[in-house]
Structures are given as structure tokens and as C-alpha cells.
Design a protein around this ligand. Structure first.
Ligand code: KG4
Ligand code: ZN
Length: 398
């Protein structure tokens, strides 16, 4: 314990193309659990991956290897005012020969960064490290896990593995991501809840009996919803990641009264279950672009982006309603990068008010991948659900 009754937890997240670290302080348990955010840093690699139109796993791994150590240094410096007695636990001698054998063969960049970081000799007042164990890109995940193992060994700090998707669920229950030192409780959610995880790697409807007890009700049979946004955006020649670009074009079409040039399918709308499929929608965009040929102007793209977003929203909304009916849900939790989409947020809010139940959606910082959600998830629920764990090997991207 760092101070009377409080714990300092370092969160580490490297499941995809964001290198993220966060430091939180917690106190209490169960209903009286409270946390405060000391720092949360995210280093996005999106610009590097944009040339590939998606996340390139070995590049992500190398970048995590390069960035984790300097990002940790920055976090420790930025939080030193709020963190009690940094380095109070004294100094350690780091056995670089041993680390070279253990880390350098798989992660040369990570080893080089560790070998050059004198600050690692000072043991910080951290009590626990929470690290994303999956699901995600294996080489990227392993870089974060390896770094965690090294820190755990040299500083003698225990580790708790965290499921990335559970991180997104918990992230939406953190009232504020502000690093103002204020203590806060997680939102007290009426249960059971329906959690809707919509990201670049997943589209899942989940029944949450309580935090840590999840049952997957339905998920995508092919592309994830964020992946569909990214692929459609790529076909329209927009930037990466495509979701925000495509959504902006769709909004411009609405503002300017530009209609859809073609009708796109509403995939799995009539399937009668809670499964999703987005690859057909992407293919429909591909055909529409091919058929339009020279007629593809910026306004044509705007109209198609609008139709694409409408098709996605309609599908997500219908399945969400079905899940709420099946579960008899007391609340809705939305998580994942696509939760940043304004149209989706508005539609989900309307659904929640029709059902007369609260909805919890992440802030901008917490909707994309971050380590704050991992640190808090590790603090409230050191054991992750078996069922989510079973999905831990699912790869992101195409
Ligand atoms: O959760 P996240 O940061 O990473 C994964 O775990 O996948 O989600 C990233 C995804 C990308 O596919 C990105 O295009 C999408 O979230 N996204 C959006 C928006 N902002 C991010 N999709 C639609 N509209 C947005 N405004
Ligand atoms: Zn994510």
C-alpha cells in the first residue's frame, strides 16, 4: 500500500496500434471502490499504419517496443507531483545480461530502450501492474506483456492480466478521465446490463450479470463494425482509420441535403438473432464505387458515406433493441472506438430513453484504446470472465 488504504496501479495496453500507459490510485472495495486518475497517455501509431490501410502487426510490435519505455518515463515524470514518494522504495541493479537473453531475441527495440533507461533503477511506489492479455494482435500484445514481466521482475510488483473487451466495458463506467486528482466512484449500474462493444476488432452484444460476469449474446460472423468503416473509407479514398473520416463525410451529406446515390443492404437485419455481418456491406460499397466509375465525385462519396452510416446504425440499433428485450436489461454500456460516432451515440441514447434505462458511453479519450480502462478493470476485477478469455485469440483487422 502506497498510502493509508490506497493502491497505485499502472495500466499497460498494447493490443493494437496504440501504445498506452496509465497510472491510477484506488481505495475501497466493492460498492465503496473509488479511483482517481493520476495520468493516462496514449501514443497512436495510426499515421504509420495508414500507408498499409490497416494495422501492420510487426510494425505495431516494433513501435510498442520503441515507445513503451519513453512513455513510462513521461508518465512517471508527469505524475510525480500526485504520486506519493516516487522512488521511495529505493534502487535496484538491473541484470542487463539476463534481460538481453530473455527480451532481445524477440523484442530488440524493447531491450534497447530498457538498457538505455536509467530511471528504471528507481523503484516507484506502484503496487500493481494491470496489462492487456488479449484479445488483440499477438505480436503487439506480447510486447506489452513482456515489458510488464520485466517491470514486475525488477521492481517486484504483482501483475494482473486484463481482458481488453472488459477494459472497454469498465472504461465506459469511469465518470471522468480528467487527471485532476478527484476521487470518483464507478457508475452504479442497474443490472443486468447489455454491453455493446463496437470497435475495430469486435462487434459484440454481451449480457453483463455484474462486472466480471459476462455472456456473449451475439457477435459479428465476419468483419467488425469499425473494420467495415475503415474498409469502406479506404474504398472511398479517405484517410485511416476511416471511421471518423467517413462519419464526417456522412454529416456533410446530411448538412447539405445530399442523398444516397445507391441503396446499400442492411446486413442480418432479418436474421432473427443477435449476429452481425459487415463484409457484405463493404462489398456493396466496392460494387457501387466500381459501377459509378467517373461519376464518383466528392458529393457522391458524401452521399454514399451517409448511406453507409445509416445502414450500420440501423443494424446496430435493431440488434441492440432485441438484446435489451431478451435480457430485460436495466442499463446499456457502450464501449470501443466506434462509440465515438455521434450518430450512433444519438441513436443509442434515443433507444435508452425509450426503454427508460440509463446508458453509459465512454468519453472521447476512453472510447479509443487506452490504458486507463485497463488499470481500472484490473483494480475492480482481477479475474476476467472465462468466456471473454476464450475469445482472446481472435485477431484484429482483416
Ligand atoms: O477500440 P478501438 O480504438 O480499437 C480497437 O480495439 O479496435 O477502435 C478503433 C475503431 C477504428 O475502426 C475506427 O475507424 C473506429 O474505431 N472509429 C470510428 C469513429 N471513431 C473511431 N468509427 C466510426 N465513427 C467514428 N467517429
Ligand atoms: Zn479496443
Amino acid at each position: 500500500m502506497s498510502r493509508a488504504g490506497t493502491k497505485l496501479i499502472l495500466g499497460i495496453e498494447t493490443s493494437c496500434d496504440e501504445t498506452a500507459l496509465a497510472l491510477i490510485e484506488t481505495r475501497g472495495e466493492g460498492a465503496s471502490f473509488e479511483c482517481r486518475v493520476l495520468g493516462s497517455l496514449v501514443h497512436s501509431q495510426a499515421a504509420l499504419h495508414s500507408a498499409y490501410g490497416g494495422v501492420y502487426p510487426s510494425l505495431a510490435k516494433r513501435e510498442h517496443g520503441k515507445n513503451l519505455v519513453p512513455l513510462l518515463h513521461k508518465l512517471l515524470i508527469e505524475t510525480s507531483e500526485l504520486m506519493p514518494a516516487t522512488g521511495a522504495r529505493g534502487e535496484v541493479a538491473i541484470d542487463l545480461e539476463k534481460l538481453k537473453n530473455e527480451v532481445a531475441p524477440q523484442n530488440p527495440e524493447l531491450y534497447e530502450a530498457i538498457a538505455g533507461a536509467a530511471f528504471l533503477k528507481h523503484i516507484p511506489a506502484i503496487d500493481l501492474i494491470a496489462v492487456t492479455e488479449g484479445p488483440g494482435l499477438e505480436p503487439a500484445l506480447w510486447t506489452g506483456i513482456t515489458f510488464t514481466r520485466v517491470l514486475s521482475e525488477i521492481w517486484q510488483i504483482p501483475v494482473v492480466p486484463v481482458n481488453h473487451m472488459e477494459g472497454h466495458v469498465v472504461g465506459s463506467l469511469i465518470p471522468s478521465d480528467a487527471t485532476n486528482g478527484a476521487w470518483q466512484r464507478l457508475s452504479d449500474i442497474p443490472l443486468p446490463a447489455v454491453a455493446f462493444l463496437i470497435s475495430g476488432g469486435h462487434t459484440q452484444l454481451i449480457r453483463a450479470e455484474k462486472l466480471g460476469h459476462y455472456e456473449i449474446l451475439g457477435e459479428t460472423v465476419d468483419d467488425a463494425v469499425g473494420e467495415a468503416f475503415d474498409k469502406a473509407a479506404r474504398l472511398l479514398g479517405l484517410g485511416y482509420p476511416g471511421g471518423p473520416y467517413l462519419s464526417k463525410m456522412a454529416q456533410e451529406a446530411r448538412d447539405r441535403g445530399i442523398d444516397a446515390p445507391v441503396k446499400l443492404p442492411r446486413p442480418m437485419l432479418a436474421s432473427g438473432d443477435l449476429k452481425f455481418s459487415f463484409s457484405g456491406l463493404k462489398t456493396a460499397v466496392l460494387y457501387a464505387v466500381g459501377k459509378a466509375g467517373d461519376a464518383v465525385s466528392d458529393d457522391w462519396k458524401r452521399g454514399l458515406a451517409r448511406e453507409f452510416e445509416d445502414a450500420v446504425v440501423e443494424t446496430l440499433e435493431k440488434k441492440l433493441r432485441k438484446a435489451l428485450d431478451e435480457v430485460g436489461a436495466g442499463s446499456i454500456i457502450v464501449g470501443g472506438g466506434v462509440a465515438a460516432n455521434h450518430v450512433i451515440r444519438e441513436h443509442f441514447k434515443t433507444v435508452a430513453s425509450e426503454y427508460g434505462i440509463p446508458i453509459y458511453m465512454p468519453s472521447q479519450h476512453l472510447s479509443g484504446d487506452n490504458a486507463l480502462m485497463i488499470a481500472v478493470a484490473g483494480a475492480v476485477n482481477p479475474k476476467t470472465s472465462k468466456e471473454l478469455r476464450a475469445h482472446g485469440t481472435k485477431k484484429l483487422g482483416s
